[in-house]
Design a protein around this ligand. Structure first.
Ligand code: UDP
Ligand code: MG
Length: 316
């Protein structure tokens, strides 16, 4: 009887306008995967407008183990990874960025941590090479994410990560419109580990995230993973109502003892009123957020569209 083949490792890489980095990426990545017994690479072209797709197809044409999923337009990093998850077949799936901020040389360490029995292994960019405001925003983001997912991690934003097949299958099955993959994966994982990984400055090209896109990502995460905001709101409402009853009691007592006062009460009422107006706006915003998400799901639009899957010998 022949031995079972070594388990397949899939490397999934989302690519959006990364032509400046792809040659160097493939040079470094191919040296790393060459050491693995059984591997495949799935590049997902997320609607690039430069010649990334052509470069990727050249790589795939020369390597039978490389495939390129071409999305019909730009759907965003997480949707692109989801498309890669659906296409790949590995027992273990590794994701990384195409801009060489995540050193491909760290992949064997991630795989070793998976072999040690973890379902998900996250990279932790201890020495992060990004602007200060990004690092600050990300610290806040990690605190909140750890809290709502219930799995504490230092670095939810690092996309250099490894997942076992059953986690990938579950994430694909969710097919969420506003998925944040590391958080989604952790919510299904039994054993999760985090290892420190290197982080470099972007090799070429520009970051695809600005402050607005980062804020959108965080809002998605908050509303996508918990009802906590709305629960906090309800509890706050109850507390305020109780305080309000006490306040009314004090006012009534004051009036009984000292008799009616001029003006004073009016300003107090103004303050109270504006407080409630603010609260109402907040409540409407939060309800809108949930309704919006229901709307997104109900429409049943696909999260991404695959136009083609290119392999070495496929026709153009
Ligand atoms: N990316 C993508 N679609 C997008 C935005 C980004 O596939 O709409 C890819 C991008 O090509 C890169 C990775 O996601 O491989 C991370 O993007 P980027 O480096 O811009 O993010 P940052 O490192 O600034 O957080
Ligand atoms: Mg980057």
């Amino acid at each position: 009887m022949s031995e079972a083949p070594a388990p397949l490792v899939s490397i999934v890489i989302p690519v959006y306008n990364e032509s400046a980095n792809l040659t160097a990426l493939w040079r470094r990545l191919s040296a790393v995967v060459a050491e693995l017994p059984n591997w495949e690479v799935v590049f997902v072209d997320d609607g690039s407008r430069d010649n990334s797709l052509a470069l990727l197809r050249d790589i795939a044409a020369a390597n039978a183990r490389v495939r390129v999923v071409e999305l019909a337009r730009n759907f965003g990093q997480h949707a692109a990874i989801l498309a890669g998850f659906r296409e790949c077949r590995g027992e273990v799936v590794v994701t990384l960025d195409a801009d060489l901020q995540n050193p491909p040389e760290e992949i064997p360490r991630l795989l070793a941590a998976i072999d040690a029995g973890n379902d998900v292994v996250g990279g932790w960019r201890a020495e992060r090479q990004d602007q200060a405001y990004r690092r600050l925003a990300s610290r806040l983001h990690n605190r909140v994410t750890s809290l709502i997912v219930g799995v504490p991690m230092h670095d939810y934003g690092c996309m250099l990560r490894a997942y076992r097949r059953h986690i990938v299958d579950t994430v694909v099955e969710c097919d969420e419109k506003a998925a944040f993959i590391p958080a989604l994966a952790n919510s299904f994982a039994k054993r999760v580990a985090e290892i420190e990984v290197g982080h470099d400055e972007r090799a070429g090209g520009q970051s695809k995230y600005n402050l607005l896109r980062l804020a959108q990502l965080s809002l998605n995460l908050l509303t996508g993973f918990s009802l906590l905001p709305i629960q906090i709101l309800s509890i706050t409402g109850i507390v305020i109502a109780l305080l309000d009853i006490a306040f009314a009691g004090v006012l009534a007592g004051h009036r009984l003892i000292y008799g009616p006062q001029q003006e004073g009460a009016m300003w107090t009422l103004f303050a109270v009123l504006f407080f409630f107006v603010g609260l109402l706006f907040l409540a409407l915003g939060l309800i809108g957020e949930y309704v919006g998400r229901i709307y997104l799901e109900v429409r049943r639009r696909p999260t991404y569209l695959v136009r083609a899957v290119h392999e070495g010998n496929s026709a153009p």
